[in-house]
Design a protein around this ligand. Structure first.
Ligand SMILES: Nc1nc2c(ncn2[C@@H]2O[C@H](COP(=O)(O)OP(=O)(O)OP(=O)(O)O)[C@@H](O)[C@H]2O)c(=O)[nH]1
Ligand SMILES: [Mg+2]
Length: 201
């Protein structure tokens, strides 16, 4: 079982750092990728935010994220050290289909993906799920907790809506909360461990 980190480290990797793991944080426009990396990163995250203008209105739907004023134009980057020497390098990856050309590069060397889903607009995550599946990355799904999200869906209904395999972890999370975001990442790491139990050292 993977447990939560016991303390924070600074900019430099702790001496105990061992396995360095690249993880993609994927999802549709405005789902909370930047927010999650911000909340959980132990280093000052790298962001590539630019102000939204009316030019993007036909492309990226602001429904549900009306207060949003910026968007990530390339990637986000952050880092979190887990106990037992595992260090996650987090890359925020845009999940819209038009970013497919970027994906091959972004996914290079990645071991898994955390796909964020907004339960007010589940279908907006289909492109991101397709991109992750095309790259063959194991993934976990995190439903971000937005206040006006419908509460009447059961986990089974949400799994069915996303056509998830039974082994794919599905959790809820509040991307603004570090512990909650970490819980979602740990669900993914557990999935990676289950798929590739480590050789005895
Ligand atoms: N209530 C709630 N709000 C959230 C959550 N995650 C993100 N938000 C809010 O949703 C808005 C969009 O979040 P971002 O982190 O910018 O989303 P993003 O996926 O990085 O967006 P793009 O890079 O533009 O695709 C922000 O105003 C966040 O504060 C969450 O888990 N709960
Ligand atoms: Mg972003």
């Amino acid at each position: 079982m993977v447990s939560a980190p016991s303390g924070s480290s600074g900019v430099h990797l702790p001496d105990t750092a061992g396995d360095l793991v690249k993880i993609l944080v994927a999802g549709p426009f405005g789902v909370g990728k930047t927010t999650l990396i911000d909340s959980v990163s132990e280093i000052r995250p790298l962001h590539t935010e630019e102000r939204l203008t009316e030019a993007s209105a036909p492309t990226d739907d602001l429904d549900g994220v009306r207060e949003k004023t910026t968007t990530t134009v390339a990637v986000d980057f952050g880092r979190i050290s887990l106990p037992d020497g595992v260090v996650l390098y987090l890359f925020g990856a845009p999940g819209q289909a038009r970013f497919r050309p970027l994906w091959d590069d972004l996914a290079h060397g990645a071991l898994g993906a955390l796909v964020l889903v907004d339960s007010r607009r589940v279908d907006a995550s289909f492109d991101a799920l397709e991109l992750v599946e095309e790259t063959g990355l194991p993934y976990a799904v995190a439903f971000n907790a937005f206040p006006d999200a419908p509460r009447h869906h059961t986990p089974a209904q949400l799994r069915a809506a996303l056509d998830l395999e039974p082994a794919t972890p599905m959790v809820t999370c509040d991307a603004r909360d570090a512990a909650s975001s970490l819980g979602a990442l740990l669900a993914l790491v557990q999935r990676l461990v289950d798929r590739h139990p480590s050789e005895p050292r």
